[in-house]
Ligand binder design. Sequence first.
Ligand code: PBG
Length: 321
Amino acid sequence: MDLRPRRLRQSSAIRDLVRETNLRVDDLIYPLFVMPGEGIKEEIESLPGVYHFSLDTLLIEVERITKLGIRAVILFGLPEYKDDQGTSAYDESGVVQKAIRTLKEKFPDLYIITDVCLCQYTSHGHCGLIHQGEIINDPTLDVLAKVALSHAKAGADMVAPSDMMDGRVGAIREALDTNGFANIPIMSYAVKYASAFYGPFREAAHSTPSFGDRRTYQMDPANRREAIQEAILDVDEGADILMVKPALAYLDIISDLKKEFPYPIAAYNVSGEYAMVKAAAQKGWLDEKKVVLESLTSMKRAGADLILTYHAADVAEWLKD
Ligand code: PBG
């Protein structure tokens, strides 16, 4: 018998018929950075095409992306003030809380997810509280729960803890449940590695730690089985969606989680992944559109159901034609 896989590759019609993986705009979550002030739309140097917005310009951007078909966003805040306890993270009139209320008023159908973490709000830039030079776990949980609750009260549809403290999903679940928010899902950054690919984000979010690094709480990139352990804990604590972060260098992890857990899997196509493609494309070394679509498709093929990506608006545009 003559085995010829090329039979099914002869035209776009047949290729489309047998395609195993399809990227859809409905799978995408668009990250947005919001800051205090007015009339601000500042491009982030290492993330071309990504901006810091004040509330007024944010509305214009959301108008644009919703027209493109984007239906979900994740909000990151650059607060008015920072202190060692990260109190601006749960301030009722904080920048994220205000943004949620304003967006919900203008775009009631927009699905608003919030990043729950302290690093943008603490003067030291760590994701947890500090005592004698160490990032202390359990006292941080109360603060994170307050942050998540303040987002839910402002009207967020989903919260996404990214701090990597042990037990945070359980603490947040309990705070939500006991305050009337049992219906708010938690998308846990369950498997978050201590990655150099977050570099541009930290510039964008002004969240580089002032001392040390994040390796005492984020995972060692060399570990695969530990990802399962992290995911088990988060599921036990009440996570609804499990995220793997970064995405491209961790497709094996996405695939593992997809096989092991009957929960939606999210992949975070992080800032450094975006910056690499943008830089090469600006130099004319890569075809941006093709590389982005291929990369995001690979994340879906590996098992991601949802993808958080700074390319979302462009992809929405590309998928139209
Ligand atoms: C906050 C947070 C980070 C990212 C998302 N939430 C940075 C970090 O952990 O240092 C990274 C996102 C990206 O690089 O695109 N903890």
